[in-house]
Every structure is written in structure tokens, then in C-alpha cells.
Design a protein around this ligand. Structure first.
Ligand code: HEM
Length: 378
């Protein structure tokens, strides 16, 4: 039998696969780098296949290796690559996650335009199969009509319109409900726990604010159980929570995809690149918050977010922004208010001498060794 045709067919396939591979890992990155460079957007050079991932992980391993002094100046520690590249390349630059281009965007006007876009120019990047299995193919990951339907349902559920929600629920399958449960658990539980942990740390260090919060709780709720009307009147506590979410936002950055070539303000963005909105960087930017950006000062929020950000509210995005803003934000804040109120009603607390300040970022920002406090009953 003549095996030559099979051999050349195999070689043809191999050649095609190689071309495809190089197109993806070399030609496209070079083209995007050139297109963005010609518009004044610079950044660390693309390295074959790896992009900048190796540099990023080396820098992060070094900066997050050990504990730090007890300060909230955590941006250079958690995101050393962004910290140094902002200085080198400016506040918008191009970095590479493997062969995927990622434009880091910090201008609040850009952030607003990307996050508020309703024409779906900037969808969420596709979650991989494994992530979907764990987190559920629910509201966080869904798109298009499925998202519209689930979002409506979730909005009802969180606004206690239980009858209407029950009617709507009949439209979704059992698998759909399981996916939503997984989604709410993964999106809501860890994030809220972290918010509570950081708030406890901040109040244990700033005992003046702890006392102010306690006085407010005692005035509004007395020693009784928190109720929804009372919870909504805990203004100082609301400011403390906002400031905690500014300094230690559980979601460090938000990512979107450029679906097809699009104009973003003065830039033309090629298709298939990602956009990275670094919430932590925005929350710690002295140009927005002032030179005391890394200090715990809940009074910034006494007249709301617009005033605190000097009229750039899109620079404060602990729950995201626009149509895909967190659906559980009020629920999370109420939950944290209830727990804090119940602790403050019964105890004063100070930081334990065993506490080691070692914030790390593993998906969310977390205290590596937990937060230990000493409770004093009164
Ligand atoms: C402090 C606590 C929380 C934080 C910091 C937080 C943060 C966020 C952020 C930043 C987003 C937007 C992500 C993006 O645009 O890419 C988001 C979306 C979402 N969050 Fe939360 N979240 C919290 C609590 C919760 C809770 C308690 C629930 C549910 C019980 C929840 C459910 C969701 C869902 C379903 C979405 C997706 C909404 C959509 O795409 O339409 N979150 N969250």
C-alpha cells in the first residue's frame, strides 16, 4: 500500500496546526502590541507564549512572601506589577496574560463607559468549564436572554417581593435553581466573610471609630435585636463599611472582553483583547482620594460616594458598576451591619498580640493568618 498520501496528509495537518498556533501566540500579540503602541499605549513587552505571567508571579511572590507592617498601604504589596508599570507606562497600559492582551484602564471616564455599556461591546470573558462547575452556570457567568431572566428573578428575590419571585421561579428548571444556589454561595459567602473580617480588624485598631459605632448602635437599637428599620439608620456604620470596602475590596479587579473592534473614548480597541479595571488601584489612588488614601478615614463617606471621590464615583467600585453590578450588595451590607451591631452591643475588642498582618490576594484579598481579636465583655 502506498503510504505517501497519508504521510503528506499528516504533514499537511501538522503544518496547518503550527500556522494556527503561531498565528495565535505570535502574530496576533504582535499586531495588537503594534496597534496599541501606535495609539500611545505602551506596556511590558509580550514574551512568547507566557506573556508577562512569569514576571508578574515572580514580583508577587517576592512582595507577598512575608508579613508587612500594620498599615493599609497594600496596593504595592498585592499588585507590585501594576504599581511599577503605572509608573513606567502611565495609568493605561497593555499587559499580557499568556497570549491574551489585557488593557489596564484606570481613567474613571473609561471605567464608566466600559461598565455601563448596554450594547454588549464589553461582555464578561467566558468562564472555563471547570469554574462553571464549581460556581454554577448562573447569574455571574450568564449572558444575553438567560442573564436578563435570571437578573430579574434575583432582583425580586433580594427585594423581598416573594410572591412575584415565586411565580417567576416556576419558569426556571431545577438545574437552574441549583446553579443559582452555587452562584450565590460562591459570589456571596466568601466576599461577605472577608468584608466582615477586615471591618473587625479596622475597628480593633481604630478604637475611636469602634466607640463611635457602638454609641450609634446603642442609640438606634439599644440592646435589642437589630431590625431592618434600625439597620438602615446606622449611618456611621455604613461609612465604616464603605471605607473597609475601599481599603480592602474583596474583588481586586474586574475584567471585560472586547467582543469586536470598538472605539473607547480616543482609542480603537481590536477584538479579542481583555480590559482590566483594577478596583484596588483605583481605591488607593492619591489623585482621587488625596495623600491620605491608605489611611482608614470613614469620614470621607459622610456625604456619599460622589463627594468622597471628588465627583468621580466610578473610581469606587467594590460591587462593580452598571447593569452587572452586584445583585447582593445591600444584602451583604445588611448582613455585616447585623453582625457588627450584635458584637458591638456586647463587647469591646482589641487586636490580639498574635495577629500577623499579611494581606494576600488569592482571588480575593484575604488575611493570610486570619484576624485575631480579644473580646472584652462589658
Ligand atoms: C461584600 C460582599 C460582596 C462583594 C464585595 C461583591 C462584589 C461583587 C462584584 C465586584 C461584582 C461585579 C463583578 C463584575 O462586574 O465583573 C458582583 C457581582 C455579583 N454578585 Fe456580589 N459581592 C458581594 C456579595 C454578594 C452576595 C451576598 C451575593 C448573593 C447572595 C452576590 C451575588 C452576586 C451576583 C449574582 C453577581 C453577578 C451579577 C450579574 O452579573 O448580573 N454578591 N459582586
Amino acid at each position: 500500500m502506498d503510504i505517501l498520501p497519508f504521510f503528506s496528509l499528516g504533514a499537511g495537518f501538522l503544518f496547518y496546526a503550527l500556522i494556527k498556533f503561531f498565528h495565535k501566540v505570535w502574530w496576533i500579540p504582535m499586531r495588537i502590541q503594534f496597534l496599541m503602541g501606535s495609539q500611545g499605549i505602551r506596556g511590558p513587552s509580550y514574551r512568547f507564549i507566557y506573556g508577562n505571567t512569569k514576571e508578574i508571579s515572580t514580583m508577587r511572590e517576592k512582595s507577598m512572601g512575608g508579613p508587612m507592617e500594620l498599615s493599609h498601604h497594600i496596593f504595592p504589596r498585592l499588585q507590585p506589577h501594576l504599581h511599577s508599570w503605572f509608573k513606567l507606562y502611565g495609568m493605561s497600559f497593555l499587559q499580557w496574560h499568556g497570549a491574551t492582551a489585557e488593557l489596564v484602564v484606570t481613567d474613571p471616564e473609561f471605567v464608566k463607559e466600559i461598565m455601563n455599556n448596554r450594547e454588549q461591546y464589553y461582555p464578561k470573558p467566558e468562564a472555563d468549564v471547570f469554574t462553571k462547575k464549581i460556581t454554577g452556570d448562573g447569574l455571574v457567568a450568564s449572558k444575553g436572554e438567560k442573564w436578563t431572566k435570571l437578573r430579574k428573578l434575583a432582583n425580586h428575590a433580594f427585594h423581598a417581593e416573594s410572591l412575584k419571585a415565586r411565580v417567576d421561579t416556576q419558569e426556571i428548571s431545577v438545574e437552574g435553581i441549583i446553579d443559582e444556589c452555587k452562584t450565590f454561595y460562591t459570589a456571596g459567602h466568601g466576599t461577605t466573610t472577608l468584608l466582615l473580617s477586615w471591618a473587625i480588624l479596622l475597628l480593633a485598631i481604630n478604637t475611636d471609630w469602634q466607640e463611635k459605632a457602638r454609641q450609634e448602635v446603642l442609640k438606634v437599637l439599644g440592646c435589642g435585636r437589630p431590625n431592618s428599620e434600625g439597620i438602615s439608620r446606622l449611618k456611621l456604620m455604613g461609612m465604616i463599611i464603605s471605607e473597609t470596602l475601599r481599603l480592602y475590596p474583596p474583588a481586586v479587579s474586574l475584567t471585560r472582553k472586547v467582543q469586536r473592534e470598538v472605539r473607547l473614548q480616543n482609542l480603537i480597541l481590536p477584538a479579542n483583547m481583555n480590559l482590566n479595571i483594577p478596583a484596588l488601584a483605583l481605591h488607593h489612588d492619591p489623585k482621587i482620594w488625596g495623600e491620605d488614601a491608605h489611611l482608614f478615614k470613614p469620614e470621607r463617606f459622610s456625604e456619599g460616594v460622589a463627594k468622597a471621590t471628588n465627583n468621580r464615583p466610578s473610581a469606587y467600585i467594590p460591587f462593580g458598576l452598571g447593569p452587572r453590578v452586584c445583585v447582593g450588595s445591600s444584602f451583604a451590607i445588611d448582613e455585616v451591619k447585623i453582625v457588627l451591631a450584635m458584637i458591638l452591643q456586647r463587647y469591646t475588642f482589641t487586636l490580639s498580640p498574635n495577629y500577623i498582618h499579611s494581606p494576600i490576594q488569592v482571588i480575593a484579598i484575604r488575611p493570610k493568618h486570619g484576624v485575631q481579636v480579644v473580646l472584652h465583655a462589658f
